[in-house]
Design a protein around this ligand. Structure first.
Ligand code: C2E
Ligand code: CA
Ligand code: CA
Length: 691
């Protein structure tokens, strides 16, 4: 019997076997492509992709199985149970879905293998349910060792396939191994499973199924399978394409300026590094060109941001036009651009940047008006000026800043002698910013005393900076730097707060005088700051005085006078500093009622040898008298100078003779009623008496 059974179903239709193999391979390809999508999506998308993949997987397994079954030229009558046939398809879809979903989860490294084994199990269950639907007219006999071998083969190979698909390897390895193992799992199961299946025919004489019917059925199954699998692959490919499009758009957005479409800073830095590497390797040279527009802020302020945007877009297009294809130009931010220009000789480069300069200066038609912008251009050359990206960029910037500050008419090449001074100031400025923030500044106090009684009337607060590397730096150096960088606002606020706090700690009621820079005075919120700091520290306004020079008022007279009146209204005194060196305008003295005139030390220094100096002092003292403003003379260094001032009837004095600027800490360093020794006045007529 067994012998008969063995010879029943060994003949195959080679064409249909080939078709089954093609379905299996195409399907496996679809499964791995789609499984990538499952792994790379999350939430509902992952759910959707998992389902689509399992539909393709179910179709692959089911169609492979049925076409292969139809390839058997059975000698017994064959019949298919429709319910079980459909059930086998549903089992294939649902089972593989569970496996795929499990395998795509990233929470445990064994999950791909486990999911793969579930997938393999689904192939097996599909096969055996499918076999149950295969009704033959005979006695079916199962060879169990082969059944078990088929189950193991399917689940282990599928487990391996999904482990490979989730491995941290190249996509070629993952996909190649995945496809090979899935095909082997399906085919291995099928052929081992078929070896396990034996039929002893009951009616050998019966006519087998019509081969043309078999072929038609196989072709129909294959076609449906291909359609399903093809749809899955297409969906995966379209999805991947849209994703890569989106990635490209994101990349473009990250590397380019949205307004002008030029590369941005990040992208430019990469280009510069590449350019440097090439130049180093080939011994080439190139120029780095820093470009900063000149009147851009004006356009923005006067004509609005839309006009500003138009200017930037037009100028970006002009720059691109002027530069060659190998050159790069980028917008670093605001109205700052930078370009890389390759060149062979300097004359050629010069001609090119001059053309660029002209293009930037040419009128720009914006809506109904014509804008003229222009730019400052600085150039640093590789390898002459620097060999690394950072220094080269810095040097191009320095040359550009020099061009801007000197209002140069054309591009400026980096010049170590000229530009190092600027670099030094920039370094100092950043050190100063740090010093303000980290408590690197101190305040010293220099007393001011009454010339007639010697009584201390106040202390001038003078800021001090001990640079960690360069040692003490005089305020005449760092105050102008702070003013250029608007750091003076922070510095001035710090000095004011410190001085008020210190004065509150003194055990006498002396005034404290604080210097106010013209830049601070231009700030309309200065009176509020004074008010706030006096509230904070509790210093009564009558103990506070500010010192400012005439230049502070001259810059923007109306605004400055307005701010000054507000400060005075708080009860704070206002002294006119360095009188005699600036405009010395009577108009200034008339426009505002100062509480003190501080005569510059220049005149005091000349007192002993220059009779004209005495005449000037006399005139200023007379002016003070007539306006009822006390006069303080600065820079008293000798007894003789003090004696003359006493004789001329000066009100107050300040200088090294009376006291150098010193740190005055809480409750220390001063007497209860501070005073200095003033010699007895000599018997000589006073200026006022003489007049
Ligand atoms: P200033 O307001 O004219 O300050 C007086 C300067 O004269 C101080 O120089 C002081 O040390 C110096 N001095 C005082 N007595 C004598 C003397 O007898 N002989 C000589 N040769 N010099 C004397 P310092 O401290 O170097 O300050 C220089 C300038 O820096 C100040 O001139 C002031 O304009 C500015 N400054 C100092 N501290 C501040 C501050 O906190 N804020 C602002 N905005 N400026 C400040
Ligand atoms: Ca002063
Ligand atoms: Ca002064």
């Amino acid at each position: 019997m067994i012998d008969v059974a063995l010879c029943i179903a060994i003949e195959h239709d080679p064409w249909l076997v080939g078709l089954a193999v093609i379905i299996c391979c195409t399907g496996a390809f679809a499964i791995v492509q789609m499984f990538e999508r499952v792994r790379n999506t999350l939430g509902i998308q992952r759910f959707g992709w998992s389902f689509l993949t399992s539909v393709a997987a179910g179709a692959t397994i089911w169609c492979t199985h049925f076409v292969a079954m139809l390839a058997f030229k059975s000698k017994v009558p064959v019949d298919l149970d429709p319910v079980l046939t459909i059930a086998s398809l549903i089992v294939a879809v649902l089972g593989t879905n569970a496996g795929i979903f499990l395998a795509a989860m990233r929470s445990h490294r064994m999950l791909p293998a486990a999911g793969g084994m579930v997938f393999g199990g689904a192939i097996s269950v599909m096969h055996y349910v499918g076999m149950a639907a295969y009704r033959v007219d005979g006695i079916i006999h199962w060879r169990w060792p082969f059944v078990i071998a088929s189950l193991l083969c399917a689940s282990l190979l599928a487990g391996g396939a999904f482990t490979a698909l989730c491995a941290e390897r190249t996509s070629r390895f993952r996909l190649g191994t995945g496809i090979a193992l899935i095909v082997t799992a399906i085919a291995g199961l099928h052929f081992t499973g078929m070896t396990a299946f034996r039929v002893t025919p009951l009616a050998l004489s019966a006519t087998p199924l019509d081969p043309s019917e078999m072929n038609a059925l196989a072709m129909a199954t294959a076609m449906v399978g291909f359609v399903v699998i093809g749809a899955g692959v297409l969906a995966a490919l379209i999805d991947r394409h849209t994703r890569s499009d989106a990635m490209q758009r994101l990349h473009h957005m990250a590397m380019n300026d949205a307004l002008t479409g030029l590369p941005n800073r990040l992208s430019f830095q990469q280009t510069l590094r590449r350019q440097l590497a090439t130049a180093r390797a080939t011994g080439g040279r190139f120029a780095l060109v820093a470009i900063d527009l000149d009147r851009f802020k004006e356009i923005n302020d006067v004509h609005g941001h839309k006009a500003g945007d138009d200017v930037l877009t037009l100028l970006a297009a002009r720059m691109r036009e002027e530069l060659s294809d190998e050159d790069a130009v980028a917008r670093l931010g605001g109205d700052e651009f930078m370009a890389i220009c390759s060149y062979t000789d300097r004359a050629e480069l010069l001609a090119r940047v001059e053309r660029l300069d002209r293009a930037l200066k040419a009128p720009l038609p914006i809506g109904t008006f014509e804008a003229r912008v222009g730019a400052s251009i600085g150039i640093a050359l590789y390898p002459r000026d620097a060999v690394d990206a950072e220094t080269l960029t810095n040097n191009a910037d320095l040359a550009m800043y020099r061009g801007k500050s000197e209002r140069a008419s054309g591009p400026c090449f980096y010049n170590p002698e000229l530009d190092e001074a600027i670099r030094d100031r920039r370094d100092l400025a950043s050190d100063l910013r740090l010093a303000i923030q980290s408590g690197g500044l101190h305040v010293h106090y220099q007393l001011q005393a009454s010339v007639s009684t010697g009584e201390v009337t106040g202390y001038e607060a003078l800021v001090r900076w001990d640079h960690p590397k360069r040692g003490p730096i005089p305020p005449s150096v760092f105050i102008p730097i702070a003013e250029e960088n608007a750091l003076i606002l922070q510095l001035g606020e710090w000095v004011l707060r410190r001085a008020c706090m210190d004065a509150m700690g003194w055990d006498h009621e002396s005034k404290v005088a604080v210097n106010v820079s013209p830049v601070q005075l231009a700030h309309p919120e200065l009176p509020q700051l004074f008010h706030q700091i006096m509230l904070e520290t509790g210093l009564p306004p009558r103990r506070l005085e500010i010192e400012l020079t005439e230049s502070a008022i001259m810059a923007d007279r109306e605004r400055a006078l307005h701010v000054l009146r507000q400060i005075k209204a708080l009860g704070v005194g206002v002294a006119l500093d360095d009188f005699g060196t600036g405009y010395s305008s009577l108009e200034t003295l008339r426009a505002f009622s100062f509480d003190k005139i501080k005569l510059d030390r220049l005149f005091v220094a000349e007192l002993e040898n220059n009779p004209q100096a005495t005449a000037i002092i006399r005139a200023v003292l007379a002016l003070g008298k007539s306006l009822s403003i006390p006069v303080l003379a600065e820079g008293i260094e000798t007894d003789a100078q003090l004696a003359i001032l006493q004789r001329e009837g000066c009100d107050e004095a300040q200088g090294f003779l009376l006291g150098r600027p010193v740190p005055l800490l809480l409750n220390g360093g001063t007497d209860d009623r501070p005073a200095v020794d003033i010699p007895e006045p000599q018997e000589q007529p006073r200026a006022s008496d003489a007049a």
